[in-house]
Design a protein around this ligand. Structure first.
Ligand code: PM9
Length: 460
């Protein structure tokens, strides 16, 4: 066989395997109906290839598993906490760290500490849990991402950038004193895993600080962002991921992190800041909502796995493979003419459901239907990222109608091989041939917050 490119392979070998179960189409038809056409409500054992999320679904390394045996399960002052604190300071640059059970625990604390009713919180596109906590604290989220981020076909190297004019316009309108912070997600999940440039975060930081506004980074997938900076931004080609990560974080005042992504763990998160007064507030609150400030809802062993994961996430071969694997799947679909978000992002390939199911209006949930149909077709579980995820405006009760109506094919880290991705691509291409045979959905049960997790649907 002649190679059309230099082959690349996983930078690890497999020590433990978990068998997968293939089911019949009839079986899956019954299961998705039982699950109300919501892939979150399927049982994992009924799924063949699970690309619902890369959150907590990663494979830990032997180094991390070995660390699990070194858990210091003391109630107070666990040695694993101090190791985590040391690594957050060393790799992310922040002075103070409060562990939380996962990312939304961190979002809860920072939102409660800094947001007051009537405040505005700008951000480079909403994220579901982040916005929910900002609203629960009395704030109003304002989208200040560049326009191109809402266009699935716009090819830009840094499509996650903040639009400084939009940010300035909000400051002019409501006053810097009513903006406790701007949230910068890097990469931007809902835009397709798109990165933010170093130049942009620096400019955002300058503008925000000029008006007394803090910058809080959602650093959940910031290592993937650092890789894109290394590959795409002038002046960073010869810098290590560790150096880029540190510099990026240094322009911000703090961060919330879901350790379940970059850090490879199955659970965990933290909030980190530089301001000792904010740290004091977070430390006081964490004991109410999560646990003591030296474990924050985690076992000592989980903190050890996170600390070791931080060391692994910045290794060039790990991050490079991660991004290339996602790109591989994206390229298979592009070559077959399937509309996806361009360019391919860091953690997932996003199918453009608006274009694929162009016969289904947005009010009939085309992306939700596509995710259900993909499961029925081949047992592959993906996630809706469109009108259902966007939810409703908290003032008017109207459904948000996002321009992006997507299905996310999210690749867990170090879990699936290239062959699994071939099967996923094959299934989607096959489904695409008969795409006009399907119909939309109607929502028959709607939770009041984060509805996408538990909403139920029926076929129209
Ligand atoms: N992200 C994801 O699948 C899991 C839950 S939402 C379907 O993408 C960002 C950028 C995230 C994120 C979770 C959280 C919350 C914060 N920011 O899930 O609470 O992508 O650890 O993190 C999910 P936790």
């Amino acid at each position: 066989m002649a190679f059309t490119r230099k082959p690349w392979a996983e930078p690890y070998k497999i020590k433990v395997v978990e068998p997968l179960k293939m089911t019949t189409r009839e079986y899956r038809l019954e299961k998705i109906k039982e699950a109300g056409y919501n892939t979150f409500l399927l049982r994992s054992e009924d799924v063949y290839i699970d690309i619902l999320t890369d959150s907590g679904t990663n494979a830990m390394s032997d180094y991390q598993w070995a660390g699990m045996m070194l858990g210091d399960e003391a109630y107070a002052g666990s040695k694993n906490f101090y190791y985590l604190e040391e690594n957050v300071q060393k790799y992310y640059s922040y002075k103070y760290v409060v562990p939380t059970h996962q990312g939304r625990g961190a979002e809860h604390l920072i939102s409660k500490a800094l947001i007051r009713p009537g405040h505005y919180v700008p951000g480079n596109m909403y994220f579901t849990t982040t916005r929910a906590h900002q609203e629960l604290a009395g704030g109003t989220f304002v989208d200040v991402i560049i326009d191109e981020a809402h266009d699935s076909q716009a090819e830009l190297p840094f499509k996650g950038n903040v639009d400084l004019n939009k940010f300035q316009a909000l400051i002019d309108k409501v006053g810097g004193e009513n903006i406790p912070y701007i949230t910068v997600g890097a990469t931007v999940n809902m835009a397709g895993g798109q990165p933010v440039s170093m130049a942009n975060i620096k400019a955002v930081s300058d503008l925000a600080h000029k008006h007394g506004i803090r910058v809080i980074l959602d650093a959940t997938r910031v290592t993937e962002n650092a890789y894109f900076i290394q590959q795409r931004e002038e002046g960073y080609k010869n810098k290590s991921i560790q150096e880029i990560l540190y510099e990026f974080c240094s322009y911000t005042d703090g961060a919330t992190v879901s350790g379940k992504k970059d850090v490879y763990t199955n659970i965990g998160g933290f909030v980190a800041v530089n301001d000792p007064e904010i740290f004091d507030q977070l430390r006081n609150m964490v004991v109410v909502y999560e646990g003591l400030h030296t474990y924050g809802g985690l076992a000592g062993r989980d903190m050890e796995a996170m600390s070791r994961g931080i060391e692994e996430m910045v290794q060039q071969d790990n991050i490079e493979f991660r991004i290339k694997q996602v790109e591989y799947l994206g390229n298979l679909l592009i070559e077959a003419g399937i509309p996806i978000v361009r360019p391919v992002g860091g953690h997932a390939v996003f199918l453009d459901a608006k274009r694929i199911y162009d016969h289904i209006p947005q009010e009939q949930y085309p992306a939700q239907a596509l995710a259900a149909d993909l499961y029925i077709h081949s047992g592959v579980r993906a996630m809706e990222r469109g009108i259902v995820s966007a939810g409703r405006n908290k003032e008017t009760g109207e459904e948000y109608k996002p321009k992006l109506e997507l299905v996310r094919l999210t690749i867990p880290r170090r879990v699936y091989t290239q062959s699994h991705l071939d099967v996923v691509a094959y299934s989607i291409i096959d489904l695409y041939q008969n795409r006009h045979e399907t119909t939309g959905l109607k929502m028959v049960y709607e939770p009041s917050v984060l509805r996408f997790f538990q909403a139920r649907f029926e076929r129209l």
